[in-house]
Design a protein around this ligand. Structure first.
Ligand SMILES: Cc1cc2nc3c(=O)[nH]c(=O)nc-3n(C[C@H](O)[C@H](O)[C@H](O)COP(=O)(O)OP(=O)(O)OC[C@H]3O[C@@H](n4cnc5c(N)ncnc54)[C@H](O)[C@@H]3O)c2cc1C
Length: 370
């Protein structure tokens, strides 16, 4: 199968550095890098790589990727598609479809400006629209499963483009069908566009996160002006180094490096016992939230901190925990992917030895493993 020519804004390079395409700024080169600026080019580039039996990696904002120092010995397709379409969905709602390569935070800002409510608590998250369904991106009491109506995908197994309903995406905490159907380094499904169903109002959705409610000076469940919700989220994220900034090494990360463990009530009892063993009768209470089906969710940041890996652990680096948040592994400027992985392993082992819980990484490892 011959590769169709790319449109003008798209391009192909060889032996192209990948670190600058990621927020962690680590990883070796791609043998071939195709920048796809239109959906047709994106589909064509993926089909061509698959037809040639090439290993394929999709990179959008690069904010959830830890690419190995050896780089990627196949084709990397950078998703750089643009476009937003809006229609009235009736019942005071709007249907907004965004191309996969639209920068996520600019999309949220656009929604807030236009009075579309439902994604305001996801302000300040780096990356692109098309990656948000992959791990069901979430923060401050919202996640995209609450507003995604459907996802347009290229199914690499059938070669067909299809629309998947939210139910078919099987969203769960930081998880979806997309994450569970890996094919090589990238998923079976390539997200081409995402359709959100948002409420047409200048009020936020009910505030669903205690620290955010506190920052806004309201009770949980209250609604505030959309712009106020966005600003409050951005302020809290900046304090925690969770808004990417080239000048701030605390943000050269993948955000949270580990997901919050979801464990059984019996395992939670064991965690509590370990905490008492470690800190004595006045031990602090580990955080605990109901997670359905008799399961509980505890806090990875809390476990890491209490296992002895506080903010700034391993400073000055080259890889260290953020000085603003113990859950972010950061590159202080000269870290390699191996440095990041070594620190992640140390933290994971330390938490397991202290509390008997094995943390699971949130970012995707490419070409190496944790
Ligand atoms: C400072 C900081 C803060 C963060 N805060 C949060 C947070 O609050 N909540 C949260 O959930 N996440 C957070 N993250 C993680 C990250 O921003 C999100 O997971 C984001 O959605 C990743 O988007 P991306 O475009 O950068 O994806 P990439 O890193 O480019 O890709 C991630 C994965 O998705 C695949 N992929 C990319 N594009 C597509 C596509 N079009 N179709 C199919 N697969 C694709 C890639 O191959 C890879 O496996 C944070 C990261 C940073 C650096």
């Amino acid at each position: 199968m011959s590769t169709p020519p790319l449109s003008e804004a798209s391009r192909t390079e060889h032996d192209a550095p990948l670190a600058p395409l990621t927020t962690l700024r680590v990883g070796g080169p791609a043998r071939t890098l195709v920048r796809a600026a239109t959906t047709d080019d994106l589909v064509a580039a993926v089909r061509a790589a698959d037809a040639a039996g090439e290993d394929l990696l999709l990179v959008s904002g690069g904010s959830n990727l830890v690419i190995s120092d050896a780089g990627f010995p196949g084709t990397v397709v950078q998703v750089a598609t643009r476009g937003i379409e809006v229609e009235d969905a009736g019942d005071g709602r709007v249907r907004v479809r965004a191309a996969a390569g639209e920068p996520w935070d600019a999309f949220v800002a656009h929604a807030v400006q236009n009075g579309w409510s439902g994604i305001e608590a996801l302000s300040g998250i780096p990356g692109c629209v098309g990656s948000t369904p992959i791990q069901n991106v979430g923060a401050y009491g919202q996640d995209v499963s609450q507003t995604v109506e459907s996802v347009r995908v290229l199914d690499r197994e059938t070669g067909e483009v299809q629309e998947m309903s939210a139910a078919e995406c099987a969203f769960a905490y930081r998880d979806s069908l997309f994450k569970r159907t890996q094919k090589g380094s990238t998923g079976r499904y390539v997200v081409l566009a995402v359709t959100f169903l948002l409420e047409a109002t200048d009020r936020s959705q009910p505030v669903g996160y205690a620290a955010l409610a506190q920052g806004l000076g309201v009770e949980m469940g209250e609604r505030v002006a959309l712009a106020d919700a966005r600003e409050a989220v951005l302020a809290q994220r900046r304090q925690r180094g969770m808004v990417w900034d080239a000048d701030d090494h605390d943000t050269w990360s993948c955000g949270s490096f580990f997901t919050n463990p979801i464990i059984t009530a019996a395992q939670m009892d064991e965690v509590r016992a370990h905490v008492v063993e470690r800190f004595g009768p006045t031990a602090p209470e580990p955080p605990e939230f109901p997670a359905g089906d008799g399961m509980v969710k505890t806090s990875a940041a809390w476990l890491i901190d209490k296992a002895g890996y506080g903010k700034g652990y391993a400073m000055p680096g080259p890889a260290a925990l953020s000085t603003k948040h113990p859950l972010a592994i950061t590159n202080r400027g000269s870290a390699t992917a191996a440095d990041v992985a070594a620190l992640a392993r140390e933290v994971r082992l330390g938490v397991e030895e202290a509390f008997g819980v094995r943390l699971v990484n949130e970012p995707v490892f490419v070409g190496h493993q944790l």
